[in-house]
Design a protein. Structure first.
Length: 471
């Protein structure tokens, strides 16, 4: 395996660490190199549960491409692993440190370099916050669609690394569809440009797409050319309550089969609805087994909502509430926005799964999660980007209880197995990282795994880029 080609430096190897820090300081300002153990420990992991993290030797915060190149040349010379990081809001352990590594935090590279309304592109550095970019392009009448739930904190570089999605994916797609070109620092410090600035371009292999979702294992993104869209009208939202999750999933199928293109189509199961009620006293009926939220940002959203409302009623909705204006729409969306916070309040710790299944099998997925929750005696709430089949079963557990923690991990694995059985995938937007390495191998098979490792070897022959992630 490629990962066996390097040996991580022990945190106690002060001679090696001293050489490393000294060489890094040859090309970086002192304030960009952090060595205090209390400080470096705070960079050890992202937000995933059950993912081991090592002790970094040093954390560096470059501000320029040349500084990133210096870091990679130094790491190559000393055979030291490098773990790229953004805001560390990830949920798979992809940004977790390795023992003795250089943590390469790109948060200081946070400039929006260009917004071009004619070409409809933005050129940004990797540390730009998603929400900051969205607001900046909005001032030009443009729209950057990818909107992960952590959009106020997560970085564009992190979004690219994990190919993240969001609530609007049902209409606008995921991050990969908006990355036109990249500047990437390779493992040996060379700078490579991929892709284009043009609306069309098919020259050579699509290396840009290869880097999107690679979790920092092939190179360090230092600049991205992103596609923009015209800013759509404000969306209007509809909420529909159902007496069963199966009926809500039937409504989803009717909406999609009917050719409707909602800007949002989200589902909350009864466990999630109850958790939100308990947290925020939103007054949702206790009899609600599933809540479906649909939105349209078209020129005639009220008509679209009426059509979808009729489909929901035909599927068995007990109540359909369309919003009259944007303010009311935001109120209806509050329950969805509070979902993860509410589920965290159930036991204090959550493990968020990310299984995507065909829309036609969404009901089977929710029914299966119910069975798994009963089998392991756990609270598992499901929120889903129902329009694209991306479910987020969220396991609530007490981390201080070893037996409950064990059951939580076993239930997580069983949920992923269920997703694969239903013709789905182990991750729709969170990535593989450490958490799902075993499951990636099961999904893509031995030949697929061999080819992916060959790609890794071509870009990173020493195996120093984010070792231990993906496979």
């Amino acid at each position: 395996m490629i990962m066996s080609r390097i040996e991580a430096r022990s945190p106690e190897d002060t001679e090696t660490t001293g050489d490393l820090v000294g060489l890094l300081l040859d090309g970086l300002p002192a304030e960009a190199v952090l060595t205090d153990s209390d400080v470096t420990a705070s960079y050890a992991n992202d937000m995933a549960s059950f993912c081991p993290a090592g002790t970094p030797a040093v954390v560096v915060l470059p501000r320029t491409t040349e500084q990133v190149q210096h870091v990679m040349r130094t790491a190559t010379a000393l055979r030291v692993p490098v773990v790229p990081q953004g805001a560390r809001t990830g949920l798979s352990g992809a940004a977790n440190a390795s023992d003795g590594c250089v943590v390469l935090s790109l948060t200081k590279m946070d400039r929006i370099l260009e917004i071009n309304p004619v070409d409809r592109i933005a050129v940004v550095e990797p540390g730009v916050i998603n929400a900051a970019l969205s607001r900046a392009v909005g001032e030009h009448g443009l729209y950057y669609p990818p909107d992960p739930s952590s959009w106020e904190m997560c970085t564009i570089g992190g979004n690219i690394g994990t190919a993240s999605g969001g609530l609007c994916c049902v209409k606008y797609g995921v991050t990969a569809e908006y990355v036109l070109g990249l500047d990437v620092v390779l493992a040996d410090g060379r700078l490579m440009s991929t892709g284009r600035r043009t609306a069309k371009g098919v020259a050579g292999y699509d290396l840009t797409r290869l880097f999107v979702g690679s979790e920092g294992s092939l190179g360090i993104v230092v600049r991205a050319v992103l596609a923009l869209r015209p800013k759509p009208p404000e969306q209007l939202v509809l909420a529909a309550e159902f007496s069963s999750a199966a009926a809500a999933c039937d409504a989803v199928c009717r909406v999609m089969e009917g050719g409707h293109v909602p800007s949002l189509l989200e589902l909350m199961d009864r466990t999630t609805v109850k958790a939100v009620n308990d947290l925020a006293q939103m007054g949702l009926p206790e009899s609600t087994e599933a809540l479906l939220l649909a939105a349209f940002d078209t020129t005639a959203p009220a008509a679209d909502l009426a059509a979808v409302g009729a489909l929901c009623e035909a599927a068995g909705a007990t109540q359909v509430v369309p919003a009259d204006d944007v303010a009311e729409s935001e109120l209806l969306l509050q329950a969805r926005r509070l979902s993860l916070t509410a589920l965290e309040a159930v036991k204090g710790v959550t493990m968020i799964d990310d299984v995507c299944v065909p829309r036609s099998r969404l009901a089977e997925m929710l029914e299966g999660v119910d069975r798994i929750a009963e089998k392991y005696r756990l609270t598992i709430g499901v929120v889903a980007h129902a329009g694209d089949g991306n479910t987020h079963p969220t396991v609530c557990f007490d981390a201080a209880d070893p037996d409950e923690s064990r059951r939580a991990r076993e239930s997580f694995d069983e949920i992923m197995a269920l997703g694969l059985e239903l013709g789905g995938t182990i991750t729709g937007e969170h990535g593989v990282g450490v958490l799902k390495k075993e499951w990636l191998a099961r999904e893509i098979g031995p030949v697929g795994l061999e080819m992916q490792r060959a790609v890794k070897q071509a870009f990173d022959p020493l195996g120093i880029l984010n070792p231990g992630k993906l496979f």
